[in-house]
Design a protein around this ligand. Structure first.
Ligand code: NAD
Length: 490
C-alpha cells in the first residue's frame, strides 16, 4: 500500500467514525484553524518571503485576511447553513414537510496552487470542514517552503486523521488521483485540470476546477484614466502578476494608448519606486522555469515601460507592452507574470468580438463611466466574474460565487458557496400516511378525468402572500372534498 493510499484510507476511516458530522466538532476545528493562522503568522510569512518574496503585510493582506474572514463567517453561520432549508410547495405537497438538507459528501481531495498558497488551499478546507467532510490536503510542491510549513505545522492544530496533509509533486498527486474521493477541489492550470477531470471520471467523482486564463481589461475613453490605471497597475503587478484574476491584457481605442502608458508608468513608480528590484512590496517570479517562460513571451513585442530583469533573482520589472498584435507570443497563453500588453481596437463592438473569440475568461474588467458601455459588455460577453472600475476585489466578497466558466473552470466557492459546493444538497420530502384518496389520480387505471385533476394540482402555482394563503388552503380543502366525494377516494 502506497503512503497516499494509506492516508486516504485513514481519512475515510476517520470520516466513518461520524465525528466530522458533529457541528461542535466542525466549529472546534475551524477555531483551531484560526488559532493556527494567529499563532503561526510568523512561520507563514517567513515561508512566503522565501517562496515569492512577499512582505509580511502582503501575506496578511492577500493570503490570510480573507481566510480569517471565511473562518469567522463559517463559525457564525454554520448552524444556519446546516439546518434544513424549506422550499416552495405545490398544491399536491401542501401538507408535506419539504426541505433541502446539506449533508457531508465524504472525503474531499484539495489540490492547491502556489501563487496564493494559503488562500487557495485552506479556503476550500474551511468549506470542507464546515460541511462535515474529511479532507486530504495537497499543497503545491512549487512553493517549497510553504508546503513544508503546511505539512509540519497544520497537523499540530487540526484533527490529523480527518484532515491529513500530503506533500510531493506530480507522482504523488497522480497516486492520490488514483484513489476514490467524494469530491476533488483543484486549483491550477487548465491542462492539469483536464487530467484531474479524467482521473475523477474513473470513480464518477464530482470536481470543482478553479483554473485561470487570459482575463481581459477594457478601458473606455470615458472614464478617469488616472484612477483606472492605478487600479489596473495594482491588479496586474501585485504578486508580480502571478494572480489568477490579474488583468491579463488591456483593450482600448488607439487614441487612448499613449495616455494609458503614461498613467501606468506613473502608478508603477508610485507603488514600486524607480527601482522595483529593491522595493520591499515588489515580489519575485516563483522559479527560473517560470522566469524563462515569461521572458520568452516578450520577444516579439515592443516594451513601453519596464523590461528590466535578472534571472538569478527571478526578477522581472513591471512591464507594459505597446501595440501588441493578437498573434504575438504574449497573447497565446495566460501570462501569469508582470507583463501588461496593450492591444488597440477600433470600437467597443470590436473589443467584445475580440473577447468572444477567446476562451471564456475567469474575470472580465471594464473601466467606464458610461452605463451603456458597462451593460453592453456585461450582456454580450461571458466570464467567471465581472468587475467594473476596479480589479481583483470581487474575490474578497464572500457572498459572491467565485469560479470560472468553460476553460476557466467549473463550480464555485467562497462563503456559503464553498459549504454548498462541498455538500450534497439532499432533497427531502416527509409525508404522512394519510389522505390516500388524493393519490388515486396517479394510480391506474389512468383516465382523462384523473389527468385533468393532476394538471390542476401540479400546475396551479401559489405565488400568494400570507394573507391569501389561508384562502388558498380553504379552497384546497374544498377541492379535495369534491375530488374525494366524486371519486370515492378515501
Ligand atoms: P501548480 O504547478 O502548483 O499545480 C497545481 C497543482 O497541480 C499542484 O498541487 C501540483 O502538484 C498538481 N499537478 C501539477 N501537475 C500535475 C500533473 N501532471 N498531474 C497531477 N497533478 C499535477 O500550479 P499552476 O498550475 O502553475 O498554477 C497556476 C495556474 O493556476 C494559473 O493558470 C492560475 O490562473 C491558476 N489559478 C487559479 C486560481 C483560481 O482560483 N481560479 C487560483 C490560483 C491559481
Amino acid at each position: 500500500m502506497s503512503r497516499e493510499q494509506q492516508v486516504v484510507a485513514g481519512a475515510r476511516r476517520a470520516f466513518e467514525t461520524g465525528r466530522s458530522r458533529c457541528l461542535e466538532h466542525r466549529i472546534r476545528q475551524l477555531q483551531n484553524l484560526q488559532r493556527f493562522l494567529t499563532e503561526r503568522r510568523h512561520d507563514i510569512a517567513q515561508a512566503l518571503k522565501k517562496d515569492l518574496n512577499k512582505s509580511e503585510v502582503a501575506v496578511q493582506l492577500y493570503d490570510t485576511l480573507g481566510l480569517e474572514e471565511e473562518i469567522g463567517l463559517a463559525v457564525r453561520k454554520l448552524k444556519e447553513w446546516a439546518a434544513p432549508r424549506p422550499v416552495e410547495k405545490n398544491l399536491l405537497t401542501m401538507s408535506d414537510t419539504i426541505y433541502v438538507k446539506a449533508e457531508p459528501l465524504g472525503v474531499i481531495l484539495i489540490i492547491g496552487a502556489w501563487n496564493y498558497p494559503w488562500a487557495v488551499t485552506l479556503q476550500p478546507l474551511v468549506g470542507a470542514i464546515a460541511a462535515g467532510n474529511a479532507a486530504v490536503i495537497k499543497p503545491s510542491e512549487v512553493c517549497v517552503h510553504t508546503a513544508q510549513v503546511m505539512d509540519e505545522l497544520l497537523p499540530l492544530y487540526l484533527d490529523k486523521e480527518l484532515y491529513p496533509v500530503v506533500t510531493g509533486g506530480v507522482a504523488e498527486t497522480q497516486e492520490l488521483l488514483r484513489q476514490k474521493f467524494d469530491h476533488i477541489f483543484y486549483t491550477g492550470n487548465s491542462s492539469v485540470g483536464k487530467l484531474i477531470m479524467t482521473a475523477a471520471a474513473e470513480h464518477l467523482t464530482r470536481v470543482t476546477l478553479e483554473l485561470g486564463g487570459k482575463s481581459p481589461c477594457y478601458i473606455d475613453s470615458k472614464c478617469d484614466i488616472s484612477i483606472a490605471c492605478r487600479r489596473v497597475a495594482w491588479g496586474k503587478f501585485t504578486n508580480c502578476g502571478q494572480t489568477c484574476i490579474a488583468p491579463d491584457y488591456i483593450l482600448c481605442e488607439p487614441a487612448l494608448q499613449q495616455r494609458l502608458i503614461q498613467e501606468l508608468q506613473k502608478a508603477i513608480k508610485e507603488f514600486y519606486t524607480d527601482d522595483p528590484k529593491t522595493c520591499p512590496d515588489y515580489g519575485r517570479i516563483i522559479n527560473q522555469r517560470h522566469f524563462k517562460r515569461i521572458m520568452s513571451m516578450m520577444q516579439d513585442s515592443t516594451i513601453a515601460v519596464g523590461g528590466d530583469n535578472n534571472e538569478e533573482e527571478c526578477f522581472i520589472a513591471p512591464t507594459v507592452l505597446r501595440d501588441v498584435k493578437p498573434d504575438a507570443k504574449v497573447m497565446q497563453e495566460e501570462i501569469f507574470g508582470p507583463l501588461l500588453p496593450i492591444l488597440t481596437v477600433n470600437s467597443l463592438d470590436d473589443a467584445i468580438q475580440f473577447i468572444n473569440k477567446g476562451e471564456k475568461p475567469l474575470a472580465l474588467y471594464v473601466f467606464s463611466d458610461n452605463n451603456e458601455v458597462i451593460k453592453k459588455m456585461r450582456d454580450e460577453t461571458s466570464s467567471g466574474g465581472l468587475l467594473v472600475n476596479d480589479c481583483l476585489v470581487h474575490f474578497s466578497v464572500t457572498s459572491l460565487p467565485f469560479g470560472g466558466v468553460g476553460n476557466s473552470g467549473m463550480g464555485c466557492y467562497h462563503g456559503k458557496h464553498t459549504f454548498d459546493q462541498l455538500s450534497h444538497l439532499r432533497g427531502c420530502l416527509i409525508r404522512a400516511l394519510k389522505m390516500e384518496g388524493m393519490n388515486n389520480m396517479r394510480y391506474p387505471p389512468h383516465t382523462a378525468k384523473k389527468l385533468d385533476w393532476a394538471r390542476f394540482f401540479v400546475l396551479k402555482k401559489m405565488n400568494f402572500g400570507w394573507a391569501r394563503r389561508l384562502l388558498v388552503l380553504a379552497t384546497f380543502v374544498a377541492v379535495v372534498a369534491i375530488v374525494v366525494q366524486k371519486y370515492g377516494m378515501v
